[in-house]
Ligand binder design. Sequence first.
Ligand SMILES: Cc1cc2nc3c(=O)[nH]c(=O)nc-3n(C[C@H](O)[C@H](O)[C@H](O)COP(=O)(O)OP(=O)(O)OC[C@H]3O[C@@H](n4cnc5c(N)ncnc54)[C@H](O)[C@@H]3O)c2cc1C
Length: 336
Amino acid sequence: MSTRLTSAYVTGSGVAGCLAAIGLRSRLPEVILARKDPGTSPGFLMTVTPAFAEHLGVLGLGTAWNGWPLKHELGIHLSGWGTGATSVSVSTFDPRGPRYLVDRTELEQFLLAQAALVGVEVVYPVEEPWPEPASGRLVIDATGRRALVARRSGGRRRSLSPLVALHAMLDEAGPAAGSAVIASVPNGWWFSARAGRKVSIFFITEPGTGHTRDWRNLWLESIPQTVCLRQRALAATPPGRPMLAGTSWLENPAGPGWYAVGEAAFALDPLSGGGLEFAAWTALRLLESFDRADGPAEYGRAVVRRVGVYRATRQRLYLNALHHHQSGFWQRQAAL
Ligand SMILES: Cc1cc2nc3c(=O)[nH]c(=O)nc-3n(C[C@H](O)[C@H](O)[C@H](O)COP(=O)(O)OP(=O)(O)OC[C@H]3O[C@@H](n4cnc5c(N)ncnc54)[C@H](O)[C@@H]3O)c2cc1C
């Protein structure tokens, strides 16, 4: 496939889009990274696994990542998952656990700068409709869980659980090491991370029916259920809108002349703490597929294998909490 390709058009400049563009630039003379709306993506703190940093190294970004000053070492990681008490948590999905905390917006800006450094052409506003996959040009869908480009090319999306996340940021005075806390409650789970003075707090739950749910009220009603994060949740301004946080994937994440990367291919439950690693992993698999005649098919099989492993792990974790919370939320999640 690589012998015929001369350019790539990557739609979406989140983590997956930036990394796919950087990887492709090592193979192609022209890579365009199309941004939609610079500066509007909401910042929040995310955990980063060691595997993410390893993937960056393979993509040639190891030195830049090591020298990037805005990542914070994650010191203590507490878990109240499926229990009333908190304990030190090693990990959820990655046996080595999370290693760093980063702000999503700052990470995207860092990767965008790296893309520009290797000669990726960053364009704004994005061309719509996007260029069709054509001879000599590869089209990459990095538009996140909406998978706009892939759907137009015939991609079919499957949804496992339509969870939503309510998020608030706050400022806490005083020096502090990077820390994270996860805690299950009857109708969902809370997660909070602190890096320096910056604090993110999330409540993940089911969306319920209708689009007019009173999200602020839901946040306030859910606070008394959590013990370890109650004070922090009370100090935050209740969020007015949710983020999509469920699990969904494309049954066919690649086709002739196009690939979906990151959440466009497979959106993981935030519980996994693995979305960034998966985004980088798809950038690496995309490069590998260059050298294969059956590139898109092999890429698709690799993504499907990851979905299978993820689903088994996810179900085990939700079953674990079901032993403690017998509510409808946990019964439904554990049954998926
Ligand atoms: C609540 C929550 C907490 C999370 N916590 C973690 C965590 O702790 N650790 C972790 O590893 N992962 C976490 N994740 C997952 C992580 O955020 C994602 O996996 C990662 O951001 C996916 O990156 P992406 O580039 O695939 O998609 P996105 O970040 O969604 O990027 C998609 C980009 O496409 C752009 N776009 C959309 N439409 C168009 C268009 N028409 N034209 C051009 N551009 C377009 C968007 O503006 C955006 O910039 C979390 C997710 C959620 C929801």
